[in-house]
Design a protein around this ligand. Structure first.
Ligand code: IPE
Ligand code: IPE
Ligand code: MG
Length: 247
């Protein structure tokens, strides 16, 4: 059965966000150290990114490292940061070939200098690509992002560039790291966990949530297609009644 042909290309989500979870459990299942799971997760990133770009999805955001992930064993944190450098350096030419632009959200300045540098090089080298944005959430947490936005707004008021009466959703969104990118219509989380783990709290206000038991290193394009087909069969009501939204 060809899943791809079941997708309606006219109503694709413009933005898909993914919580890539289950690397550790996948490694354990194979009797390997957790880092083996992270390494194999890169294959899933590649296949998912390519599939999304081929379909015509405009933005894909991947949760790669949360603010809370610094609390993991140092060995694992270091391996993840090294993997980030290696992966970005290794993938830049493919991203350019596929016309995909790399972006990042999160408290990036706090990444180790080597990782930060590789990331900035990747972003710079792909900045003219137009087919799809691949947005990595790195040292990201939604509460950090929201607090950061609040501080920026307070600073603008102190600097007399803004008055409090003029703060609206638009002003606020402009201070988020996702500014300029539409909210994700579809949020996928792998590995069977049904939680958000501090990801895009503001932006997912009306996102469709899709939880799958697949562990991230096993996630492939067909799983993405399944998620999109599921999404396209939902009725998004935005507070209205079913009768109101039915065409
Ligand atoms: C997701 O897989 C990758 C990161 C959070 C960096 P995990 O490493 O969380 O895998 P599990 O949840 O322990 O299986
Ligand atoms: C969420 O996964 C963060 C990323 C995928 C980067 P975690 O594995 O860190 O989430 P929790 O701790 O199970 O909520
Ligand atoms: Mg996890």
């Amino acid at each position: 059965m060809d899943l791809k042909s079941k997708i309606n290309l006219e109503s694709l989500p413009k933005h898909i966000a993914i919580i890539m979870d289950g690397n550790g459990r996948w490694a354990k299942k194979h009797g390997k150290p957790r880092v083996f799971g992270h390494r194999n997760g890169v294959k899933a990133v590649r296949d998912t990114t390519e599939a999304a770009a081929e379909l015509g999805v405009e933005n894909i955001t991947l949760y790669a490292f949360s603010t809370e992930n610094w609390n993991r064993p140092l060995l694992e944190v270091n391996a993840l940061m090294a993997l980030l450098v290696e992966t970005i350096r290794g993938e830049i030419s493919t991203l350019n070939k596929n016309n995909i632009r790399l972006k990042a959200i999160g408290d990036l300045k706090k990444l180790p200098p080597r990782s930060y540098k590789a990331l900035m090089e990747g972003i710079e080298s792909t900045k003219n690509n137009t087919r799809m944005n691949l947005i990595l959430a790195l040292n990201y947490s939604a509460r950090w992002e929201i607090m950061n936005a609040v501080q920026n707004i307070a600073q603008k008021i102190e600097d007399k560039q803004l008055i409090s009466a003029n703060i609206d959703e638009k002003t606020f969104e402009n201070e988020l790291s996702t500014s300029g990118i539409p909210d994700p219509e579809l949020l996928i989380r792998t590995s069977g966990e049904s939680r958000i783990s501090n990801f895009l709290l503001w932006q997912i206000a009306y996102s469709e949530l899709y939880f799958t038991p697949i562990l991230w290193p096993e996630f492939r394009r067909d799983h993405l297609y399944e998620a999109i087909i599921d999404f396209q069969n939902r009725e998004r009501r935005f507070g209205k009644t079913s009768e109101q939204v039915a065409k």
